[in-house]
Design a protein around this ligand. Sequence first.
Ligand SMILES: C[S@@+](CC[C@H](N)C(=O)[O-])C[C@H]1O[C@@H](n2cnc3c(N)ncnc32)[C@H](O)[C@@H]1O
Length: 321
Amino acid sequence: MNPIIRNVRFSNPSISTFDRVSTDYFSGQYDAAKVGVSQMYLENNFHTVIFGDVLDVLQHRVPDNSIDLIFADPPYNIGKNFNGLKDKWDTDEDYLAWSYRWLDLCVQKLKPNGSLYVMSSTQFMPHFDIYLQKKMTILSRIIWHYDSSGVQAKKYFGSLYEPILFCVKDRDNYTFNASDILVEAKTGAKRKLIDYRKTPPRVYNSEKVPGNVWEFPRVRYRMEEYENHPTQKPIALLERIIKVSSNVGDTVLDPFAGTFTTSFVAQQNGRNSIGIEIQEPYIKIGLRRLNICKEYNGEVLKKELRSFETQQTNGQLPLNL
Ligand SMILES: C[S@@+](CC[C@H](N)C(=O)[O-])C[C@H]1O[C@@H](n2cnc3c(N)ncnc32)[C@H](O)[C@@H]1O
């Protein structure tokens, strides 16, 4: 039996009614016949926020071969707390079986020249990698490296990176706007070394396509872009991915939208976006960040003030507890 799909289209939306999605979905125990309700919010058809389960939404709402770029940053099965729900499956096999289902759907939804970026935890990425090798061409295995004063392993080497796979459906036909993401090449730009293999010899290029180790700071509490979410990804990371692997007017899909960083960056860069998220508080962040509506169920959508901002607005001195 198919889930009930209710399609809500707003031209100038102020959202009033809402159906809660069963949180059973979260643990991968999804039974479409049970509840199967998802809701959709649109801004001029360019940006779509979908409140629902990834499997349900991808299967029933997104046409096959329709998406130019997918950025998937799923729960990592490491026990993070997403609004009270732990991202931990009963067994690793359950987690992988669930992951393979949405990975298959992502491949199905991509256009023949589309690209997929997938993140995962260091321990599960090898499984994703082996699985995806059978379906796509993996062009890069990227390390997103960051420093963290919070990781203080004393008896092993603490983890300071997250892996990202960059895969394409057709290795001979995909978007890669190299000139839009160039970084400084120190040999030419700083050290001014001369390439004597050239006639006449000349200074090495001062810019290059970045390699597969990317260094971007994680989103910290005091940063302007911070939202209340445990695993928000930095705007800079998504900027690189969206600029290089999509064109203006393309559609970028994020099946685990969280704070809707992907959709936000897509909007800033003239791409269309679809973001899917199962948690209502994060849907509210997305609606606000994309400026889709000012109110949700009668609640004015405002960015939560952080402790240091509250202290400033109250005109009080910071508490030293
Ligand atoms: C790692 S976070 C994504 C963070 C996001 N990239 C950002 O920058 O904010 C994973 C997100 O997937 C959502 N999620 C978990 N299970 C889901 C499901 N079955 N369908 C849709 N979203 C789900 C979680 O609520 C969480 O916000």
